[in-house]
Design a protein around this ligand. Structure first.
Ligand code: SF4
Ligand code: SF4
Length: 380
């Protein structure tokens, strides 16, 4: 069975398009059960006299989000403004003439240039797939207008360019404190920067482009279809190079491109043997059991064979912690810094799965995934 067939076997069905209002972060804004409780997380910083929660830590975290919060707002619903605008925000100024259109008769060549541009803007990984509308939200919310509206992406947008943005390794290792939250915030700001600029590049070629962060559509299945990685037990995309230590963004376009294919490298088998993320999750939100197509709550999308994450439990911990958590990224065996030894282990994970229990054990013995002292983020 090739990787594409393996992926299709996971789509057991029935699968319905997910309504964004059921996403846990949307529920925090729209679900009466959560609105008040979520204020402890979304409200003013709760500065403490404690490493990882100091004023400096919160300042770093808040500033890392600045570009996303004020120039994109992808996490605030889909308002199609700023860097996530669906059309050129300045057609008279920075856009090319609408009469200019490149010769796109060689989609392979065009795809090469689009990927090159994406990397130039800052994408750590980039892949292409046909846009599967199953992953486009059925409805979206808009925090500015408070509207909850149906969503359709026009038919001409045939392709999705999926991009992964690497997050800082040492800062993520301080999770669940301010350093890791800053690495996450910077990931979101970079997502908006990279997707917004790539969309503008495509418009400059004479084609349409819709840049998105977490708004508009589910990023993980699109990234899997574009060959960026596999879904792990922690509910995150696991990439071969960075593990789950990435954030995801995408651009939809009518520019003719050549799709990539799903790329599997042994994550499923490894996750069966390894339960490190489940053991280290402070809220017990990650499954120790088998994969299932059942949803735990309306914040999961049923019909896909996976380890469902209990989003409510997870978010309860974020509220108690007053900061977001990245423990399931920090401890993951696929989250490693570059190096020949880790590259070699990846080759064995892909080709010799019977060695996986040994690698699971070694990861613990060698102390990988332990929390770094949060004060180290300020070291030279
Ligand atoms: S973010 Fe933290 S609380 Fe949430 S699932 Fe991951 S480890 Fe658990
Ligand atoms: S920590 Fe282990 S079980 Fe969890 S996603 Fe990573 S490899 Fe899979």
């Amino acid at each position: 069975m090739n990787d594409k067939e393996k992926y299709q076997k996971l789509l057991v069905g029935p699968i319905e398009r997910f309504d964004q209002i059921n996403d846990m972060f949307r529920r925090a804004k729209y679900d009466p059960e959560w609105i008040d409780r979520a204020q402890a997380f979304y409200g003013p910083a709760q500065v403490q006299d404690k490493a990882g929660y100091t004023q400096e830590d919160f300042a770093l975290q808040n500033s890392s989000w600045h570009l996303e919060h004020f120039f994109a707002r992808g996490v605030h619903g889909s308002n199609h403004k700023g860097l996530y605008a669906w059309e050129c925000p300045d057609p008279e100024g920075t856009c090319m003439s609408p009469d200019l259109k490149i010769d796109a008769s060689d989609p392979a060549e065009v795809s090469k240039k689009v990927k090159k541009a994406a990397r130039f803007f800052g994408a750590s990984l980039v892949g292409i797939c046909e846009l599967n509308r199953l992953w486009v939200y059925s409805h979206v919310t808009n925090d500015v207008t408070r509207e909850h509206t149906p969503l359709e992406i026009p038919e001409e947008y045939r392709y999705a360019i999926a991009m992964a943005i690497e997050m800082d390794y040492p800062l993520i290792q301080t999770s669940p404190t301010g350093g890791a939250a800053a690495a996450t915030g910077l990931g979101y700001s970079k997502m908006a920067f990279v997707a917004g600029l790539l969309a503008q590049f495509i418009r400059g070629l004479g084609y349409k482009a819709i840049p998105c962060g977490n708004d508009t559509a589910m990023s993980i299945p699109i990234a899997i279809e574009a060959g960026l990685g596999e879904l792990g037990r922690n509910g995150l995309l696991i990439t071969e190079k960075f593990g789950p230590r990435v954030r995801l963004c995408k651009v939809f376009t009518d520019l003719p491109l050549v799709p990539d294919e799903p790329h599997f490298f042994g994550v499923e088998d490894f996750c069966r043997k390894c339960m490190k993320c489940a053991k280290d999750c402070p809220s017990q939100a990650i499954s120790f059991g088998e994969k299932t197509t059942e949803a735990l709550s309306r914040s999961n999308n049923p019909g896909v064979l996976k380890w469902p994450v209990d989003a409510k439990q997870c978010f309860k911990y974020w509220i108690a912690n007053r900061l977001d958590c990245a423990n399931c990224i920090r401890v993951c065996n696929f989250n490693k810094e570059p190096g020949w030894l880790h590259d070699l282990v990846r080759v064995f994970v892909k080709n010799a799965p019977w060695l996986n229990p040994l690698f699971v054990r070694l990861d613990d013995v060698l102390g990988y995934g332990k929390q770094l002292d949060p004060t180290t983020i300020w070291d030279d």
